[in-house]
Design a protein around this ligand. Structure first.
Ligand SMILES: NC(=O)C1=CN([C@@H]2O[C@H](COP(=O)(O)OP(=O)(O)OC[C@H]3O[C@@H](n4cnc5c(N)ncnc54)[C@H](O)[C@@H]3O)[C@@H](O)[C@H]2O)C=CC1
Ligand SMILES: CC(=O)[C@H](N)C(=O)O
Length: 333
């Protein structure tokens, strides 16, 4: 009798483990921002609505609430995230909360607290509860001394923003936790991500989103970066696909824990020309601000050959595809 029940329990536990492997329970922090909303949508389609918990400190829209589970969690308070991890039997932790580059320079103490202390909490919880962990990094993790065209995965990194410094800290600490404690840490350095249905959160690359809204509203845009400022960019669906791909990649396929991912690079002048194919009378003017200095210290072209070779990374959308998608999404709204 005892033996039968032991065998049955063992069976249930093996089945549950297998189920969690194919249907991981996922917690996203900072999930109401530009990347979290489309990421939650994609993960819910892939692994089941009930398996994805979206968390943030902001009040979610009614539409977001309808899409699945939402919980309040401030990453500065480790106990709030811990409670969610435990109560929801989380397998994958996707940590998106951060202050981006431009907004981070406006409130350095908050950026240090959120981007550095918040990340310490997440790393500690991933270690304690053996969660697979994804934290994005950025082109902003490089600085003026880095090679800018192209910028490889491994080169000098001396960023000059608190955002960049906090992301280098995340990359190094995540890799340390992988080597020292076996935390399955995975990290991608993203270019500026372009999307139509969620707003950008205060970065240096935001112009490449704002320009479409203003093109539709007034056929004109005043840009805060010089016309020849080349930066790496990516359509949001490619960004979301890269997260799913790296999370699903078998551990032995990953020869490093932090990878560059790229899709395209363009300047405001080049983006203007691509927009004028749809709106021939569109005009751009320039009023340069502090963000120029940040952009001038960042990569112009990202070298992502390791991601392509190790886990078959391959973006789908180029500049013309991006412009076409932005107008078709925004015109429908
Ligand atoms: N959007 C982009 O172009 C890029 C984004 N990334 C990275 O991707 C991640 C997500 O970026 P986005 O979605 O664009 O940022 P976002 O600024 O749109 O969203 C960040 C979210 O974090 C939340 N948050 C702020 N304080 C919090 C706290 N104490 N506890 C919990 N959540 C808090 C905010 O409410 C917000 O919803 C960030 O780590 C960012 O560095 C990296 C490269 C490019
Ligand atoms: C590239 C990023 O990390 C972000 N969009 C920013 O401009 O700060």
């Amino acid at each position: 009798m005892l033996c039968t029940s032991l065998v049955r329990n063992l069976f249930i536990s093996i089945n549950r483990r297998q189920y969690h492997r194919t249907h991981p329970r996922i917690l996203i922090t900072g999930g109401c921002g530009q990347l979290g909303v489309p990421l939650a949508k994609r993960l819910r389609e892939q692994y089941g609505v009930e398996n994805v918990v979206l968390s943030d400190i902001v009040r979610p829209s009614d539409e977001l609430l309808k899409q699945g589970i939402y919980r309040y969690a401030d990453v500065m308070d480790i106990k709030q995230v811990q409670e969610l991890l435990v109560n929801n039997q989380i397998d994958w932790l996707i940590h998106l909360s951060a202050l981006l580059s431009a907004i981070g320079e406006k409130d350095v103490p908050l950026a240090m607290k959120l981007n550095i202390e918040g990340t310490h909490h997440i790393l500690e919880l991933a270690r304690k509860y053996k969660c697979k962990l994804f934290i994005p990094s950025t082109i902003g993790a490089f600085g003026p001394e880095s090679p800018r065209n192209p910028t490889p995965d491994f080169c000098i990194q001396r960023p000059r923003t608190i955002y960049g410094v906090s992301k280098v800290h995340t990359e190094l600490l995540g890799e340390y936790f992988y080597h020292r404690f076996g935390v399955d840490f995975r990290c991608l350095r993203f270019p500026g991500v372009i999307s139509a249905d969620t707003k950008p959160g205060g970065g240096t690359t935001d112009y490449a989103i704002e320009i479409f809204h203003d093109a539709l509203k007034s056929n004109a845009y005043r840009c805060y970066l010089r016309g020849d400022t080349r930066l790496p960019m990516m359509w949001v669906d490619d960004c979301i696909q890269s997260i799913v791909s790296i999370m699903e990649a078998p551990s032995e396929q990953l020869k490093q824990r932090t990878y560059n991912v790229a899709a395209m690079s363009f300047t405001p002048d080049e983006l203007t020309k691509a927009i004028q194919k749809y709106k021939p009378n569109f005009k751009i003017s320039y009023e340069i601000d502090d963000r120029q200095k940040i952009a001038d210290s960042w990569p112009q072209v990202f070298d992502d050959q390791n991601a392509r070779q190790h886990w078959n990374w391959s973006p789908k959308v180029d500049l013309d595809g991006l412009v076409q998608r932005m107008f078709s999404y925004l015109e429908r709204q």
